[in-house]
Design a binder for this molecule. Structure first.
Ligand code: ADP
Length: 677
């Protein structure tokens, strides 16, 4: 459009030029009212036309509306009234996405030096705009190097920006603005924080850019900076007046002659704007860079991040251990009881104790055996230690008497068979009949250790209440009677020398029939008085104990969920504070074309990263806790890879939740506000 416009200027007809050439930027009757309680009219009915290759200075006192105008020009803000066209395209109605793209391909922003991200290197800062437009890495590096070289700071490429001088930082900012090869440079007080020498460098460079065809628009207080422009626009109280400097008649309005003579080469030297191309794989590359940025954001404040990770670790670790401990506890209980639950019925409290009872035992056993589905029955009687002192030496021994304090019972071969006791040597079980007159003992493995009995056999004896008892065998534990290994098991004749015993009948049924048998038992045993007979099946007991184990797990889980909620809250608060302090960086990203979604992702990813780290650490910690607790309880730990999944998912989800609000605040922060600093 420029050549065409020049031709029109040649016939000195500005109105024709306006009608026929398409200006680069065109504001018509633009107003901007800030409405935060008090209504401030920052701009009133502004008409401004800027052509390709112009060099415009916007001057005016503080508060007159300069930044507002620049923000509207740069698509960081929207006018309240009027129209804005870029290359003839109305951008009022453009979607947010199109505005982001248009912004990154059209404008390069230079703000005051504080708008360089201190934590990033000079090169990363200079490449930020290219990163956001998704340029492949190799091309990005090449352009950044070129831009830094042009500004004479290539040697500082790998310096962290906060360690650079003010002048160097501002050159980095200019390098960042030009790296994307924009059509327009928008500079807001670019020399505001610089000494005169550095100011001169920056201003020289802006002039050089303009001579290569880049349109430059600069806000400045500094008359020497303004004087370098080809056209000055003066704003007072939101109202705009063009001031044309050297040799141009004020009547020609838009100083077109000046700007066109200053444009020897126009667009010829400039490559096509980069963002007009679509880079393949842009989204993934952007995502990877966002991920990288999110991770490096955490490494800039490692102590803070570690505390947050630790908070998530406690929460997720607690959850994982709750799961593991309750599962292990439940497994423990059910291992013992599963076998019994299927096919076992126990009858307690059926008879009075003593001699009367013993007479009826064979009768009762016969009646039980007669019931359908009953495979076997045996009786046993737990005996209280006080009723049946057991010692290793005969009474009256001069040596002090070590006594056995462990559990003891009277049992028959029938019982040992029903519960599947493992007895060595197996043959001795036949001594445990109701008819046998002598007292024999089978000693559980652990009880034998306690007693110091090395092996059963003739001559190995214990003393029960002063009576000799021959130890004929060892028994190892049984799933159905875990106490067996700790017990001394006495044959039936023992009931003659002890008191206080009560037979318990243990009935083995065909698998699946304990309930049916339990129902039939009372009337079979005691037809006259079935209510006297108390039966129980293990199934009732098992569900009860499972419940107890589950309660323990629930308690730990509740505490962990509270911890997790607290860590989410504290992570959210911390991130919110960090969003606040990073407002300039966020604005910068938006100014460089990053979408709201991209800013949102950036902070969500930060939450995700911290939650993931906490979740992984927490899962490991939780599994260790499960192993430790099981070790203490002598349980077999139940560990499953699914617990790791639970811990990691819990961490990731709570990390994401913690980021929801800060990320939204960041995404919806107004870039124009933040740019103001
Ligand atoms: P300048 O850049 O010339 O200093 P600004 O464009 O920043 O001027 O401000 C113009 C007017 O609008 C001032 O009165 C200022 O207080 C007001 N203003 C600027 N930004 C906002 C905002 N976000 N909310 C309310 N008022 C604002």
């Amino acid at each position: 459009g420029h050549r065409h416009r020049s031709a029109c200027v040649a016939v000195s007809d500005a109105s024709v030029a306006e009608d026929t050439a398409t200006p680069l930027l065109e504001l018509r009757s633009v107003g901007r009212v800030y409405d935060d309680g008090a209504r401030t009219a920052a701009l009133t009915s502004v008409d401004l036309v800027i052509h390709e290759g112009d060099y415009v200075a916007i001057v005016g006192p503080s508060g007159s509306g300069k930044s507002t105008l620049l923000n509207i020009l740069g698509l960081l803000d929207r006018p309240s009234t009027g129209t804005y066209r870029i290359r003839g395209q109305d951008v009022q109605t453009a979607s947010e996405r199109d505005r982001n793209r248009l912004r990154s391909r059209t404008f390069g922003f230079v703000f005051q030096a504080s708008h360089v991200v201190g934590a990033l290197t000079a090169a990363s800062n200079a490449g930020l705009g290219l990163e956001i437009s998704g340029l492949p890495r190799r091309e990005r590096v090449a352009r950044v190097t070129r831009a830094l070289t042009m500004l004479g700071i290539a040697s500082r490429a790998n310096f962290v920006a906060k360690n650079l001088s003010g002048g160097e930082r501002q050159r980095v900012a200019v390098a960042r603005a030009i790296a994307t090869n924009p059509a327009v440079i928008l500079a807001d007080e670019p020399t505001g924080a610089l000494d005169s020498e550095n100011s001169a460098t920056v201003i020289d460079y802006l002039g050089e850019l303009n001579s290569r065809g880049v349109t430059v628009i600069v806000i400045t207080h500094d008359p020497t900076v303004a004087a370098r422009a080809h056209r000055q626009v003066d704003i007072r109280d939101g109202v705009l007046n063009d001031v044309i400097p050297t040799g141009v008649s004020a009547l020609t309005g838009e100083s077109t002659a000046t700007s066109s003579t200053a444009l020897p080469t126009s667009n010829a030297n400039r490559a096509s704007p980069p963002a007009q191309r679509r880079y393949p794989g842009r989204f993934l590359r952007t995502l990877a860079l966002e991920m990288f940025t999110a991770v490096s954001a955490h490494t800039t404040a490692p102590a803070r991040s570690l505390v947050l990770i630790f908070a998530f670790l406690l929460g997720t670790g607690g959850l994982v251990s709750a799961l593991g401990i309750s599962q292990s506890a439940a497994a423990q209980v059910s291992d013992r009881l599963t076998a019994a639950a299927l096919d076992e019925v126990v009858i307690d409290d059926t008879l009075g104790s003593g001699v009367d009872a013993i007479a009826s035992i064979p009768v009762i056993e016969a009646r039980i055996k007669a019931i359908d589905r009953v495979i076997g029955v045996g009786w046993s009687a737990r005996v209280a230690p006080g009723d049946s002192p057991i010692s290793l030496l005969p009474p009256g021994s001069f040596l002090s008497q070590p006594r056995f304090d462990g559990p003891r019972m009277v049992a028959t071969a029938g019982y040992l068979d029903v519960i599947g006791a493992q007895v060595e040597p197996a043959g001795v079980v036949s001594l445990f009949t109701d008819a046998e007159q002598e007292i024999f003992a089978i000693v559980g493995d652990r009880a034998a250790e306690l007693l110091g009995v090395a092996a059963p056999g003739p001559g190995v004896r214990l003393w029960l209440n002063g009576h000799p008892v021959e130890v004929v065998g060892f028994a190892s534990g049984s799933e159905r009677d875990p106490l067996l290994a700790d017990s001394v098991i006495l044959s039936k004749a023992a009931v003659d020398v002890i008191s206080g015993w009560q037979p318990t009948f243990t009935v083995r049924t065909e698998p699946g029939f304990p309930a049916a048998v339990a129902e039939a038992l009372p009337s079979a045993i005691s037809p006259a008085n079935p209510g006297q007979v108390h039966t129980s099946t293990v199934a009732d007991l098992r569900s009860l104990r499972r419940g107890v184990a589950a309660d323990l797990g629930t308690l730990i889980a509740i505490v962990s969920l509270i911890l997790l909620a607290l860590s989410t809250l504290s992570a959210g608060t911390t991130m919110f504070v960090s969003v606040r302090s990073r407002a300039p960086e966020i604005a910068l990203r938006r100014a460089l074309g990053a979408s709201r979604a991209s800013v949102w992702r950036l902070f969500s990813l930060e939450g995700l990263v911290i939650g993931l780290a906490g979740g992984v650490a927490g899962s490991a910690f939780g599994l260790l806790a499960v192993v430790a607790v099981c070790q203490l309880q002598q349980w077999t730990p139940v560990l499953s890879p699914a617990y790791l999944g639970v811990g990691i998912v819990a961490g990731v989800v709570s990390g994401l939740i913690s980021a929801v609000y800060p990320a939204l605040v960041a995404a919806f922060s107004n870039p124009a506000d933040a740019v103001r600093g």
